[in-house]
Each structure stands twice: as structure tokens, then as C-alpha cells.
Design a protein around this ligand. Structure first.
Ligand SMILES: NC(=O)c1ccc[n+]([C@@H]2O[C@H](COP(=O)([O-])OP(=O)(O)OC[C@H]3O[C@@H](n4cnc5c(N)ncnc54)[C@H](O)[C@@H]3O)[C@@H](O)[C@H]2O)c1
Length: 274
């Protein structure tokens, strides 16, 4: 008989950005599959708590915690708590990331005027915000010689997004780092340590709403319309679209899959525009 691939009972997961829309959907799915989920947010405890509460309401186990993914000390405190409580960590999902207005070109802000601080923040949030949790929380996995890491890259890593230079470069770095770490952990520690990335296309969430919809009317911006005409599926992604790909990459069913990026974009990257 084929075993249930997504039975994660007794597994322990951390989802950074589990307070957000995509990370929240993945966290809830992991909870439903039986894992104990540590839902990590940055500054608004109620957002991480909402995800954790949803998981508990469904009969699962979860705890919300605040930790900035750019703060090694906060991550180490989290790692210590997890190890004391469970003695293990099976899954790390790095979903904290994103961009902001200040690091995005616009009619008011040309490329030449992008503030260095904002650019650095977006680049750091995406690359360092993935790198540091892999170092601090991944150490426990390396010691146990078992575990799966899932990073959130982006369509912008394949085709740089107009206006979003820092974000596109940061996500390209995430894809590159995913491949590097997959090789390193398999060769130096164990082939039972896997690292992969999801490459979402366009999902309407808080980090990109200002680019895709008009703040006043909610109607699609010109950019939002352009995305729609270039997405063969004819719609934005929905958080639920990531659940199957995420659970599969984390599960033992994907035990020979490491260093890969799985594109979930409604066909956008396959479409030549004609
Ligand atoms: N929305 C999309 O279309 C899309 C497409 C491709 C990739 N992604 C990526 O998917 C991931 C999740 O995106 P989302 O759309 O759910 O965004 P979101 O803004 O809804 O969620 C991101 C979460 O990360 C948290 N966060 C931000 N900085 C943090 C920090 N320093 N430390 C800890 N937590 C922090 C935020 O509080 C937020 O809850 C991001 O990496 C994003 O870049 C999103």
C-alpha cells in the first residue's frame, strides 16, 4: 500500500513569516498534517498568534513566537527553546521576505534615487533572512543528519521584475543559496538533509498589493493587468496553490529531490507573450 505522504505526526516545523499570507497557508497545512508548528513573526504578535490559533482550532499543535530573521540572537533563543522542548527540528520553511515602496522605482523615485538603506534592507531581508535561519536552526538538523528546508524564492529570480531591482536580486541570491546549501549539507553531513525552494509567480498579498491594485479603488493597476495577460492560468495565485508543492517538497516522497526550485506561477514563465 502507498503510505500517506503527508502524515507529519511527531514532526516539528518552523515557518518564518508564518504570520504572513503565504507562510501562514504553509504553516496551517503543516499543522493539519500533524506537525508541531512554530509560527514566527517579526513585530506584530497578533498576526503570528492568529496562524497558531487557527492550527490549534483544527486540533493541531502550534506556538507563535516573535523573532526577527535578521537577528541571530533571537533565532538562537528560538532554536534553544525548540531543542529543549522537542529535541529535534524536522522542517524549516523560510517564508519571511518581501519588498517595500522605498526600494521600488516609481514615477516619483528613479533608479538613481533609490535610497541605499532601503535597497540594502530588501536585499538583506530576502538573502540574509534565509541564510541566518538556515545557519542557526539548520545546525540542529545537521547534528541529527536529517531534515528538510524550504526557501521562498520568486519569479523575479528567473526574470527580474521591472521596478523591483533589490527584490529580484535578493531572490536570485536565494535560489543560488538554495542550490549551494543543498550540495553542502548532502556532501558534508547527510543525503537525508534536503534544501529546495518554491518559486511563486504572482500572488496578491500585502507586500505587493500597492503594485498590483489601486489603493483607492482596488482595481488592477496597469502592472496588475499586464501580469494577468501574461499568466496562462488567467488569475493571481492563491495561497492554497502553494500547499501541495510545499508539502511534497518537505515530505519523504521527495527524498531524492534536493537543490531544486519548483515554479508555481500558473504557466507565466513558460509563456513567451505570443
Ligand atoms: N506574494 C507574492 O506574490 C510572492 C511571490 C513570490 C515570492 N513571494 C515570497 O513569499 C514569501 C511570503 O510572502 P507573502 O506574500 O506571504 O508576504 P507577507 O508580507 O504576507 O508575509 C511575510 C511575513 O514575513 C514577516 N517578516 C517580514 N520581515 C521579517 C523579519 N525580518 N523577521 C521575521 N519575519 C518577518 C512579516 O511580518 C510577514 O508576516 C516572501 O519571501 C515573498 O517574497 C511572494
Amino acid at each position: 500500500m502507498i503510505p500517506h505522504p503527508f502524515d507529519f505526526a511527531d514532526r516539528v516545523a518552523v515557518v518564518t513569516g508564518g504570520s504572513g499570507i503565504l507562510g501562514g497557508a504553509i504553516a496551517r497545512a503543516l499543522g493539519e498534517a500533524g506537525a508541531f508548528v512554530w509560527v514566527v513573526g517579526r513585530s506584530r504578535p497578533e498576526k503570528a498568534e492568529m496562524t497558531a490559533q487557527d492550527i490549534r482550532n483544527q486540533g493541531g499543535n502550534a506556538e507563535a513566537v516573535l523573532a526577527d530573521v535578521l537577528d541571530r540572537t533571537a533565532l538562537q533563543t528560538l532554536a534553544d527553546r525548540i531543542f529543549q522542548r522537542h529535541g529535534r527540528l524536522d522542517f524549516l520553511v523560510n517564508a519571511a521576505g518581501g519588498t517595500n515602496k522605498e526600494a521600488t522605482t516609481s514615477p516619483e523615485r528613479s533608479f538613481f534615487d533609490l535610497p541605499e538603506k532601503a535597497v540594502r534592507h530588501v536585499f538583506d531581508l530576502n538573502l540574509q533572512g534565509t541564510f541566518l535561519p538556515c545557519q542557526v536552526l539548520g545546525r540542529q538538523m545537521a547534528e541529527k543528519r536529517q531534515g528538510a528546508i524550504l526557501n521562498l524564492s520568486s519569479y523575479g529570480a528567473i526574470h527580474p521584475l521591472t521596478r523591483s531591482a533589490a527584490y529580484s536580486a535578493g531572490k536570485a541570491a536565494v535560489t543560488n543559496f538554495t542550490q549551494w546549501l543543498a550540495v553542502h549539507l548532502a556532501q558534508e553531513y547527510s543525503p537525508q538533509l534536503r534544501v529546495n525552494a518554491l518559486v511563486p509567480g504572482f500572488f496578491l498579498t500585502e507586500q505587493n498589493r500597492f503594485l498590483l491594485t489601486d489603493e483607492g479603488t482596488g482595481a488592477l493597476t496597469e502592472r496588475g493587468q499586464r501580469i494577468m495577460t501574461h499568466t496562462p492560468a488567467g488569475r493571481f495565485g492563491e495561497p492554497a496553490d502553494l500547499i501541495g508543492p510545499a508539502l511534497w517538497l518537505l515530505s519523504d516522497t521527495a527524498r531524492f529531490v534536493t537543490g531544486t526550485t519548483l515554479v508555481v506561477d500558473g504557466g507565466m514563465s513558460a509563456f513567451g507573450g505570443v
